[in-house]
Design a protein around this ligand. Structure first.
Ligand SMILES: Nc1ncnc2c1ncn2[C@@H]1O[C@H](COP(=O)(O)OP(=O)(O)O)[C@@H](O)[C@H]1O
Ligand SMILES: [Mg+2]
Length: 249
């Protein structure tokens, strides 16, 4: 009895410590202020549950009048953001600022804009709703009980393969963007549709790096699909995604 009691107490204390650590890491004053803004401007009414936590962001499900949203909080304090140097400059239109907070706000705004351009062009992706500082609110993908799984954990049907390639093609030909970080981790599967996510780093198709990144994206997706029974030819897929309509006849 005694020992299990103190064990329980210790556990609680550990958890509390852990929680405080997480809070201190993620929710600095700037973040808390931005969360507050999302409540006062009625974008969200409450947080429902955490969805994912990565090195550079935390994602939550939130709701307003029973409608769900995804809230992606870019970490300001804990983020290593080795990408700062890599992504600063003309290519990503980001000031070469030493101010991490400013950098991350620009990064969140980029993701907001790219999601808008992608979804307007017809790419299957979460619709962006609002961006406040380091916080992006977008369409939530999933059910009220569980968020949509990543493609890596799903059954890969031919329909899914086709929709995925079509989305990459639409992103390229209509939105004029190359995602640049595609993989089976950055598509969520919901109602048998592949939602493209994590698109802050996308670049314009006329960028000098566009071809290299497109080839990498296509290579990664093709190899992933070919682990199943598909026999996609990487070169044909490349031709297809840049708009050639004859490749799959
Ligand atoms: N709109 C969304 N709806 C539901 N879950 C999401 C949404 N956006 C992101 N997620 C979840 O959060 C995770 C991290 O989001 P992502 O944009 O990939 O950020 P990161 O840069 O941390 O990889 C995703 O793998 C996914 O599980
Ligand atoms: Mg991701």
């Amino acid at each position: 009895m005694f020992s299990s009691d103190s064990e329980g107490k210790q556990k609680i204390e550990e958890r509390l410590k852990e929680t405080q650590k997480v809070f201190g890491y993620v929710f600095d004053k700037f973040t808390i202020l931005n969360i507050y803004k999302l409540f006062t401007d009625n974008t969200i009414g409450r947080f429902e549950f955490p969805v994912a936590s990565g090195k550079e962001s935390l994602v939550f499900a939130a709701s307003k009048n029973n409608r769900f949203f995804a809230v992606k909080i870019y970490k300001t304090v804990a983020s290593t953001f080795k990408n700062i140097e890599r992504y600063a400059g003309q290519r990503w239109g980001i000031d070469n600022t030493r101010n991490k907070r400013k950098f991350i706000a620009q990064w969140a705004r980029r993701e907001f804009r790219n999601l808008g351009e992608a979804t307007n062009a017809g790419v299957i992706a979460p619709k962006p709703i609002k961006v406040v500082g380091n916080i992006l609110v977008m369409q939530y993908i999933g059910t009220k009980r569980i968020p949509a799984p990543m493609m890596k954990d799903c059954e890969i049907t031919l329909e899914l393969v086709e929709q995925t390639l079509k989305s990459i093609r639409t992103l390229y030909t209509k939105a004029k963007l190359v995602h640049g970080d595609l993989s089976e981790y950055n598509f969520l599967i919901h109602r048998r549709r592949p939602y493209m996510i994590d698109i802050a780093q996308a670049i314009q198709t006329d960028d000098t790096m566009a071809r290299v990144l497109l080839e990498r994206d296509v290579g990664i997706m093709t190899r992933f699909f070919n682990k199943f029974e598909y026999k996609l030819d990487e070169n044909k897929v490349l031709k297809y995604v840049v708009g050639d309509s004859n490749v799959f006849r």
